[in-house]
Ligand binder design. Structure first.
Ligand code: URP
Ligand code: ZN
Ligand code: ZN
Length: 463
């Protein structure tokens, strides 16, 4: 097993920034020391002078190959995890899906098979519950025992993933008992479907109406309702892809009461807006996702939430569909546009740009992108930090390199970039996954099958 030494970089974790040499042995971090103070020998020395040495990103919300709206997300576990590595992410947590009428076991086994021997980086799963019944509630206990400790439920998408309040309450009660964490897609899908029907009947069919019918108040209402259900159940709650200022306010109010309520947002809500959804010639379809992009005025509340810790995690909700042939399914009817956007490769860079723009500090960058998602989902300190004993998932990050984001140069299997032409400062140079070079000075040196499935503990914010 190769012994690797990273010299002279600025090691940044959620807790510290310190110039240090980092020694890696057997795929783990063996030791850190002040630069040049140890006589360490190594098979491989990586010079990180003038660079940051940061933990590999943990993207806690991706959907590789997700079936949606009659098609599939265009990144496979192979292409999507390769792109993640290019973007400095070394662990993803994807969503296995329970189909209606089927067990959790069947869904999970299907997702194990999809990802097996394909991934370039380590991966884990959450489980989407689409059909909560007595059998499923019992299965939740078994999954927690086997290291799948989080369950996503939806108040949106009636007839597909939707659960009613009774089902949600039962799943939350079960999670309260078995230590699982309920993740909530919080939008009032029943009311949204009425507004969709009315919009289409009035000839409002363009992509921008996707944003208009999925009203911010309907995100806030579902956020409020599911927080109350979690209180009744005595369960913690993690609200995914928060986009509306009013929903952040619900989370803030709950947290001010001391409730174990957590929130995640995504780069698309921080950097894009309804202006993108309104792009002409159906280009707005590229930005159709749920919850939807909001008017840019909402962004300030999201940044504030990230600074005040009312929002703890930034994930991507990476769920790419090509513009040609996939997004186009919704020409003439925005409700048929597959929901989801690409971004797994862009998250670390966009958040670094947020550091330069003054929204967050460097350590907060690492906290929301690496440490907090690892803690939230029971992976810390194996993942999300740089400390002796942790997996050597490390990114050498050049904070001065400039790049222009583009579909021409990205590695995601999708024919557009949501950030086309955006100039950012900062770029991944080298990536190690468990001590193996996956990206070496901007060359892909990894392989499908290197990535391992990682069973998880229960959320470390609760214990
Ligand atoms: O539009 C989205 N977010 N697509 C992925 C599925 C989900 O709800 O997270
Ligand atoms: Zn969702
Ligand atoms: Zn999602």
């Amino acid at each position: 097993m190769t012994r690797t030494l990273i010299t002279g970089g600025l090691v940044i974790t959620a807790a510290d920034e310190v110039h240090a040499d980092v020694l890696i042995e057997h795929g783990r971090i063996a030791a850190l020391a002040a630069p040049g103070t140890q006589e360490w020998t190594a098979d491989r020395v990586i010079d990180a002078a003038q660079k940051y040495v940061i933990p590999g990103g943990v993207d806690a919300h991706t959907h590789m190959e997700m079936p949606f709206g009659g098609t599939y997300a265009s990144d496979t576990f192979e292409t999507g995890t390769r792109a993640a590595a290019w973007g400095g992410t070394t662990t993803i947590i994807d969503f296995a899906i329970q189909s209606r009428g089927h067990s959790l076991r069947e869904g999970l086994d299907a997702w194990y098979a999809k990802a097996d021997a394909k991934c370039a980086i380590d991966y884990a799963f959450h489980m989407i519950l689409s059909d909560v019944n007595e059998h499923v509630l019992k299965e939740m206990d078994l999954l927690v025992a086997e290291g799948l400790t989080s369950f996503k439920l939806f108040t949106a998408y009636p007839g597909v993933f939707y659960s009613d309040d009774g089902q949600i309450l039962r799943a939350m009660q079960r999670a309260a008992g078995n230590g699982g964490l309920v993740m909530m897609h919080a939008e009032n899908g029943i009311a949204i479907d009425v507004l969709v029907e009315q919009a289409l009947a009035e000839g409002r069919t363009d992509p921008r109406y996707h944003g208009e019918v999925r009203r911010a108040l309907l995100e806030a209402e579902a956020t409020h309702r599911t927080i109350q259900l979690a209180r009744v159940a005595g369960a913690p709650l993690y609200v995914v892809h928060v986009s509306a200022e009013e929903a952040v306010a619900e989370l803030t109010q709950a947290r001010d009461k001391g409730l174990p309520v957590f929130g995640e947002t995504c780069p698309q809500y921080l950097f894009l807006s309804t202006d993108n959804l309104a792009e002409s010639d159906f280009e707005g379809a590229k930005y159709v996702c749920s919850t939807p992009l909001r008017p840019r005025e909402h962004q300030a509340a999201l940044w504030r939430g990230l600074r005040t810790n009312d929002l703890q995690v930034v994930s991507t909700d990476h769920c790419p569909f090509c513009f040609r042939g996939q997004k186009e399914l919704g020409r003439g009817d925005f409700s048929k546009i597959p929901n989801g956007m690409p971004g797994v490769e862009n998250r670390m860079d966009l958040l670094h740009q947020a550091v330069l723009d003054g929204h967050i500090s460097r350590r907060r960058w690492i906290e929301i992108a690496c440490a907090a998602p690892a803690r939230m989902f029971g992976l810390y300190p194996k993942k999300g930090t740089i400390t002796p004993g942790a997996d050597a998932d490390i990114v050498i990050y050049d904070p001065h390199a400039e790049q222009v984001m583009s579909a021409e140069t990205h590695h995601m299997n999708v024919d557009y970039s949501a950030y086309e032409g955006r100039r950012v400062t900062g770029r991944v140079e080298t990536v190690l996954s468990r001590g193996e070079l996956v990206i070496d000075r901007r060359e892909f040196t990894g392989r499908a099958g290197h990535g391992q499935y990682v069973p998880r503990a229960t959320s470390q914010y609760l214990s």
